[in-house]
Design a protein around this ligand. Structure first.
Ligand code: CO
Length: 133
């Protein structure tokens, strides 16, 4: 039902500084920043051979990651994203085990594909994103 690890998302207080670290300390392939107002974040993508890392920083006044950064001021792993070939079926199956955030309907994610997020308290302390592959 679930497929590849699409990305690991890391919330950071300073996107450019984090991008510099990945670019210069790790020699990573780092994208330009992308603003995603509908998600309240700015994002930088780091392409790895087998998956991606997304660095995210808050955008706007009511960013969903602002509270996370208050609790983790240095930044930290925010969520993991797993691919699924059928987000409706994957959501229905997961819903029997816990909550889906928001209204439960898929939104368009950072890669233009439908995504949902599962409540971390119901899924072993990890915020899990499903993305339709
Ligand atoms: Co994500």
């Amino acid at each position: 039902m679930i497929g590849k690890l699409n990305h690991v998302a890391i919330a950071v207080p300073d996107l450019e500084r984090a991008a510099d670290t990945y670019r210069n300390a790790f020699g990573a392939d780092v994208s330009d920043p992308v603003e995603m107002p509908e998600h309240g974040v700015s994002v930088i993508f780091i392409q790895l051979p087998n998956t991606k890392i997304e660095l995210m920083s808050p955008l706007g006044d009511s960013s969903p990651i602002a509270e996370f950064l208050e609790r983790n001021p240095a930044g930290g792993i925010h969520h993991i994203c797993l691919e699924t070939d059928d987000i409706g079926a994957a959501s229905d199956r997961a819903r029997a085990f816990g909550r889906i955030l928001g209204n439960g309907e898929p939104k368009t994610g950072a890669h233009g594909k439908p995504v949902v997020f599962l409540h971390p308290k119901d899924f072993h302390g990890t915020l899990i994103e499903f993305e339709e592959a």
